[in-house]
Every structure is written in C-alpha cells, then in structure tokens.
Design a protein around this ligand. Sequence first.
Ligand SMILES: Cc1ncc(COP(=O)(O)O)c(C=O)c1O
Length: 390
Amino acid sequence: MTTDFDAIIDRRNTHSTKWDDIESRCGVAHPDAIPLWVADMDFRAPQAVTDMLREAVDHGVFGYYGARDSFYEAQAGWMKRRHDWDIQAEWSLVSHGLLNGIAVLLQSLSAPGDGVIVFSPVYYQFMELIRKNNRRLVASELVVQDNRYHMDLDALQQQLTGDEKILLLCSPHNPGGRIWTPEELRALADFCVRNDIIICSDEIHHDLVMPGHKHHLMAKVAPDVEDRLITMAATSKTFNIAGIETGSMFISDRKLRERIMPVYNAMAISPNRFGMTMAEAAYRGGDQWLDDLMVYLDRNRRQLNATIASIPGLSVMDLESTYLGWVDCSGTGMSADEVLKRLYEKGVVPSVGGTFGISGEDYIRLNIACRHAMFDDAMDRVTEAFSDLQ
Ligand SMILES: Cc1ncc(COP(=O)(O)O)c(C=O)c1O
C-alpha cells in the first residue's frame, strides 16, 4: 500500500464540516467525539492531487480556468479504464458539485409543482432540493428483503398521478450501500420509458465499490434510453476531495442537452480552477490510491458487521458500495431519540436515519471511512452504549 491511511491527521480547526461542525450541526458537545456522520473521509487525497496543487501554488497565478481538453481527456480515460464506458467531451457539463447539477436538472427538465420521484430512504439532500425548487416529492418506499433494499415498481406505478417528470436515482444507493443489478436498472429504465420520465442518475459513489462487487452504470445497462438519461459523477467522493465542489453531468443526447443549456447558462456556471485541476490530477493518478482505499475500508466494513452482529436488536445492511453503513435499530425497541442519546453520551456521532426520509426513522448511518484504530474505538463505544442489551 503506497498511501498511509493509518496516518493520524488532526482535522479540527481546518474548516472541516465533519469535525468542526459536530456541535453546531449535530448538537453533540462531547470533548472526544468521533464523527461518523457526513460522507467525508479522514484520509489525505492521492499524492497526484497534492503534487498538482503544489505545482499550481508554486506558479502562483490563479486566473480564470480555460482550455479544458486535458480535463475531458483525463475524465474519459478514467471512465474507460474503471467503468469501460466510452464518453465524449461534448456530453459533459461541469457543475459546482452534483447538488448544483441536480438543481439545474430540476429547473430545466420540470416545472414548479411537477412530481419528482425518489426511492426512499435516500440521501436527504435529494428531498431538500426537490422541496426548495418547489417540485412535488414523490417518495417510493424501498422494500427490505434479504437484508437489502428493493424497488417496488408496481407500487410506484399506483402512486403516479401523471405529472411526474423526473426520477432522481441514487446509484449505488446511499444510505443502503446497494449496487443496483443490471436487471433492476433495466426494469427501471423500461418503467421510465412507459411513464415518460427522465432519469437523473446520481452515480457519485460509483468508484467506491467493495472488493468482489462491480458497479453497473445505467448508461451502459440501458443505452437505448439516452434521450431521457443524465448520468452524474465526480472525483469528489472517490478521492475525498469534496471541498472542490466540482462534478460532471453526462448527457449523450444532443436534444436533451439543449433543453438543459438555457438554465445552465442562466446560472453562469463556470469551472473552478482548483476543482478542475484537482479532479484532473485524481483521474490521471488516483488508480492505485483508490484500489488501496477499498481494501482498507473493507476491513472497517467487516469490523462494523462484527460489532453490529454482536449487539442484540441491531442489524446492518450489506455494504456493497459507499463507506456508509446503514444500521437498523428497530429490534432494540428503543425510540430513535433513545438510540441517539446513548451514542452521543459515548461521543459517537452518526447520521440520523429519519433525515433520509420515509422508513429511515429506525436507522442510523455510520461512516466507516476513518483510521482503523479510530473506527475500533468507535465500535467499542457503540458496544458499550448498548451493553445492557447483552
Ligand atoms: C448521492 C449523493 N449525491 C450528491 C452528494 C453531494 O455531492 P456534491 O458535494 O458534489 O454536491 C452526496 C454527498 O454525500 C451524495 O451522497
């Protein structure tokens, strides 16, 4: 392993949301809190990224970013190498992070009041953005079977009223950690064709795949629906550089692109020099770092599974992708507040399940992307928090 993921890095007082906003965002004042909430890892970015930044700093001039060809080339190289996906430069629209991209898509492809579908529970910002853009949230409840989430397209069909314009898909799924199978994606694509719905496929976690698993791109599973498909991806989650607030929307269909461009242009979105430079460096030089990372995280995944299995009343979904463990606490019979109180007292700060929407209420989400020693400490504290259940 070339990267020292065990390096102790003090992130406090570095403008880190994860570490510096624990009290203001999560209400936890514990002096030795371990933040396992927001999807942000505690590791240094790949050397290729820091080298590229150092070079830029030495140059010392930070004017407007232009001549994007090398970025597009690096991005296409990554998609080909890692996902066997052939993309073209003109498909790609850069946004200030994927949430900004989602806002552009909501505004360009639907009107106020239109329905936007999500599979719930899901990354809470999907719902926030739908509401803030005055669209109607259509939450299709995921069904738990064999400890995994499944879509219920028959139930969703019954829910439709005819004004649904967009499906906002989270693939792989946050918080369930699932990789949707080609069969599931195919069925979903067909559903969207039947109901004339545009698919915005947020695949930001597509590189964070546990050993033995493989991500499936909607664009590859269902190339025939390209006239209604936008794929979104970024280097931000993959390489722990989310502060770059830079991502890409891929739209292979020219007509669909033309529908999006007026809003995109009206928002005056132009690339951030640091975001583009760091993303390019990561795409070019981040392969080994990512491979090592997933092996490192896999160990924490196993540790999480072992800890949760040892506590009566708790269970965790299989983590196929992402570094976010989704833990069902309903078997304890405790309220969500009681579960959180116990964890907060031990200084463990998870994401609160209820924020992820319908049927997330009994869950907590645990971010496993920290040093092994720190994660073991967190798992010991979780065990202590529920020691009376043993
Ligand atoms: C599914 C998903 N989409 C988007 C984001 C945020 O993306 P960005 O920081 O690029 O706006 C996250 C962050 O956790 C996420 O999990």
